[in-house]
Ligand binder design. Structure first.
Ligand code: MG
Length: 478
């Protein structure tokens, strides 16, 4: 869309979201749904429904109760505000001018607080917002897990920073964009993209968008002198897309063919991006192909050096470019801010100062300006609050799934090193994708792994991996 079309797009989106909301809360829908399930108690009324159909009815009821809690006028107002906010944020970010974004942020925060009131909550207003993205998860549960991560991640980071740092110069050589894109496509074909039902395009903010399991589009980002960013982004978005592809197509149009939650969605993208795409075995197979595609400038890069370079840990300002050790600290910072904004203990005008001092505490650096600080993410302008914690949940879920996957396939490294990837997708399909929204995210994790949500598998993985990369003694051998 041309940039100048944002005003009319805001009108269109507002109209569409109003129409959609009216349908979802209509008397006709209510009548149809209440023939299946008692809207008050949640008891199934039609006993002849299959277990799957009962699960779908329960999700429909949950969605219906949420939808009816919000007036259509509120939905329309929110849609219009956030599409306008996007443009204000974009300009403010370019100029690193928080003041020009502040009045908009104030409006968004006020609307989100109102939304929490409409939706209702038991304990904390943030519960209502978090539940939109990770149904069934509470602020308390997330707080405990996230806060438990901080000292352990900080300690690991401190230990890494005491070691000699990895020189990544060979990765910042310039490569033309066509070459990067062509190799990305080759890699995606290796992951199982057939190009009959997928597209890969370019955008500044990469995303994955699925219209239907047979119509999946992802975008990636190209930077001439950072081709690893392109590789990681492509694998990340592909992970999202493969999840959508694996939803049971025969149930399309029902919750059984919808993704569970953002945390589970992110677990799929991080599974491919980090657990596979940042592993030594993946590059045993793919580095020779990369060298082939990228030419003589990459000739002298060894497997070992490449693995160490792509996994370098270094505190940086931008969340999306950060490494596996610091990434979740970036997320925790945002979670703290959102929670405080929603409970009213932090004013929007205080965000930059709060951001900078928290960033210093958590990651150990202070952004020189708001462009590299609190203006970097699109989420708040989009009205997305309660969303950030799902990034960390995604990493934790991915680590839990991975341990179970690896015990089912103890020779996974050999197979990946020889170029096999289909068996991984099969495992994910069988254990995660095919269930649609039949379970809550945390229920699925427990069903698949036998463990409740836990940061331990993730911490074990980081400690083991980075102790080897930085030649340190592991601190948590389990
Ligand atoms: Mg993602």
């Amino acid at each position: 869309m041309p940039r100048g079309a944002h005003a009319i797009r805001a009108e269109q989106l507002s109209l569409m979201s109003g129409l959609e909301h009216k349908k979802k809360t209509s008397k006709a829908f209510e009548k149809a749904l209440s023939a299946l399930i008692d809207l008050e108690s949640g008891n199934i009324l039609l006993e002849e429904l299959s277990e799957e159909q009962k699960a779908a009815a329960r999700v429909w009821r949950r969605d219906y109760l949420k939808d009816t809690a919000l007036p259509t006028s509120f939905i329309q107002k929110m849609s219009k505000l956030t599409s306008q906010a996007l443009e204000v944020w974009r300009t403010a970010r370019e100029k690193s001018d928080f003041k020009s974004f502040l009045p908009t942020l104030e409006k968004v925060v006020a609307m989100k607080r109102k939304q929490a009131d409409y939706l209702g909550f038991d304990d904390h207003p943030y519960d209502a917002l978090l539940d939109e993205y990770e149904p069934g998860m509470t602020t308390q549960e997330v707080s405990e897990v996230l806060h438990g991560l901080v000292p352990k991640l900080r300690a690991l980071l401190e230990r890494i920073l005491c070691q000699p740092q990895i020189n990544t110069e060979p990765l910042s050589q310039e490569f033309d964009e066509e070459r990067q894109l062509a190799f990305s496509k080759e890699m995606l074909s290796g992951l199982g993209f057939s190009w009959e039902h997928e597209r890969l395009d370019l955008s500044t903010h990469p995303f994955s968008e699925t219209v239907h399991p047979t119509d999946r589009r992802i975008t990636t980002r190209l930077e001439k002198s950072d081709f690893v960013s392109n590789l990681r982004t492509t694998l990340h978005e592909a992970g999202h897309s493969l999840y959508d592809q694996g939803l049971p197509i025969e149930h399309f149009g029902t919750p059984l063919a919808e993704p569970i939650s953002l945390g589970i969605h992110e677990s799929q993208s991080r599974f491919w991006e980090t657990r596979i795409g940042l592993s030594p075995s993946f590059w045993k197979h793919w580095l020779p192909k990369l060298k082939n595609a990228y030419g003589p400038k990459t000739e002298s890069i060894t497997e070992d050096a490449f693995y160490r370079m792509i996994n370098r840990v270094e505190p940086s300002f931008i969340r999306v470019e950060s490494d596996e050790v610091t990434y979740n600290l970036h997320v925790i910072l945002r979670f703290e801010i959102e929670k405080a904004l929603i409970e009213g203990s932090l004013k929007p005008s205080e965000v930059p100062e709060f951001w900078n001092s928290k960033m210093q505490q958590l990651v150990g650096i202070t952004p020189p300006n708001d462009r590299l600080g609190c203006l970097q993410d699109i989420h708040w302008a989009f009205g997305l609050m309660g969303y950030f914690p799902t990034y960390t949940l995604g990493n934790l879920f991915a680590a839990q799934f991975f341990e179970t996957f690896a015990s089912a396939h103890p020779n996974w490294e050999e197979r990946v090193a020889s170029g096999e990837l289909a068996f991984i997708l099969e495992w994910l399909r069988e254990n995660v994708h095919r269930h649609g929204r039949r379970y809550l995210g945390k229920e699925l994790v427990e069903k698949v792994t036998g463990q409740k949500l836990s940061p331990e598998p993730f911490l074990r993985y980081l400690d083991d991996k980075y102790s080897k990369i930085y030649a340190m003694e592991g601190i948590a051998p389990k």
